[in-house]
Design a binder for this molecule. Sequence first.
Ligand SMILES: [Zn+2]
Length: 159
Amino acid sequence: METTTNKFVADVMLGRLARWLRLIGCDVYYDSTGEDSALLSRALAEDRVLLSADHTLVRRAGERGYLVISDNFRKQLAQIVVHFGIEPNLDSDICPDCNGNLRDVPKPSVRADVPEYTYLTHDRFRLCSECGKIFWQGSHRELAEKELKKILANIETSG
Ligand SMILES: [Zn+2]
């Protein structure tokens, strides 16, 4: 399938990949308890590509299925970025935890909900509309960006 998309369903084995895809701006449905048939119908109903390392499931998905080859999440991510022509967006507004939407919220509104040190040292806070989690630019994010740059640099060198 030679189409560009950033809408996916990740099968139950691909939780880590799902998180990373969300961090670069992809819309990834993931349910760790999802049955194969439920994931399949979700992919069809919402026009998503079903990512799986399970040959049988990918075959069942037909045009909607895509086989993830490696069991290393870095290589999985590289495979998908290249195959689907994804432009990584490091300022993704998709919640890595639940695939909800993140929106900027005024700093004072999160005062009671984040550690004091975090409050004092950050200015931009974003809230997930689905799970209610608050995100800020922090060490986790910087690590993720570093990791991502490494992965993307590898794609270029390996062709
Ligand atoms: Zn969320």
